[in-house]
Design a protein around this ligand. Structure first.
Ligand code: AMP
Length: 276
């Protein structure tokens, strides 16, 4: 695409079933490309990143509505390949190893997930040759790992983060939200509420953040929590002082949700000072 389409070329990789979060992603891509550049949207439900007991077969597919949104948001080209085009010989023998940060959190609950994600992202980058690719902060660990891949493998692309879009009730928009019944959704709302409570307690330090978030989650026992943790946004290792991410994953009914909020942790001892 770098040779065939007017630059800068900006790629927005998605799995389709597009929603308001994707609209923001495509809007950001359009802005980064400028009026003369080109926006490519990829729509591909990547089998390589789904585990054997996950929702590959029932993942929502809404191509006509997706194409309408791409047109509305000013995309120049939509790349929606079949699985056999991306993996003509079946699963690849050579693939990307996401390293230690790919084993934690989402990687622990979804073995093989980030290897599948990074492998398809690398293939999509090679197939479309963009100067810039946009990724949502909603999938914070994915964003961190894509950036790490770009650094460690010297990829010639700039990664631009896009802020998380939420519905009016606070739930981050997600293609999987359409699985939620009204009752499930009410349960799911404890997730963003817990993150906000944690963020509001940031002046008290890491322990106060986690205590505040966990208190909200305990009050909604129907939400099955996989993890809630404070991490370093660059590595997904333990958070130090300064910029941190409060990350969480939980299941409401059969739907698995992830979310995160950024916050700033005070230096040692400053937590006490903030309260006197
Ligand atoms: P997906 O189709 O779920 O693989 O997501 C495609 C891209 O859209 C990823 O970079 C996501 O992080 C991003 N995205 C998904 N949901 C949101 C959201 N609520 N706000 C912002 N970006 C999002």
């Amino acid at each position: 695409a770098r040779a065939l389409m007017p630059g800068p070329v900006v790629l927005a990789p998605t799995m389709g079933a597009l929603h308001d979060g994707h609209a923001r992603l495509l809007g950001a891509a359009r802005t980064l490309a400028g009026p003369r550049g080109s926006v490519i949207v990829s729509i591909f439900v990547n089998p390589l990143q789904f585990g054997p007991n996950e929702d590959l077969d029932r993942y929502p597919r809404t191509l006509d509505a997706d194409l309408a949104m791409c047109a509305r948001e000013g995309a120049d080209l939509v790349f929606a390949p079949a699985a056999a085009e991306i993996y003509p010989g079946g699963p690849p023998e050579v693939s990307v190893d996401p390293g230690p940060a790919g084993q934690r959190f989402e990687g622990e609950f979804r073995p093989g997930f980030f290897g599948g994600v990074l492998t398809v992202v690398l293939k999509l980058l090679h197939l479309t040759r963009p100067a810039v690719a946009v990724f949502g902060q909603k999938d914070a660990q994915q964003l961190t790992l894509v950036r790490r891949m770009v650094t460690d493998l010297n990829l010639d692309v700039v990664i631009e983060p896009v802020p998380t879009v939420r519905d009016a009730d606070g739930l981050a928009t997600s293609s999987r939200n359409r699985y939620l019944s009204a009752a499930d959704r009410a349960v799911a709302l404890a997730l963003p509420r817990a993150l906000l409570a944690g963020q509001a307690a940031a002046d008290g330090g890491a322990d106060a953040v986690l205590a505040a978030a966990r208190a909200v989650l305990r009050a909604q026992p129907a939400l099955a929590v996989d993890y809630v943790a404070l991490v370093d946004p660059g590595t997904f290792g333990p958070a130090g002082t300064g910029s941190a991410l409060l990350v969480a994953a939980a299941r409401a009914g059969t739907t698995r949700l992830i979310d995160n909020l950024a916050l700033v942790l005070p230096a040692e001892g400053a937590g006490d000072a903030a309260h006197h």
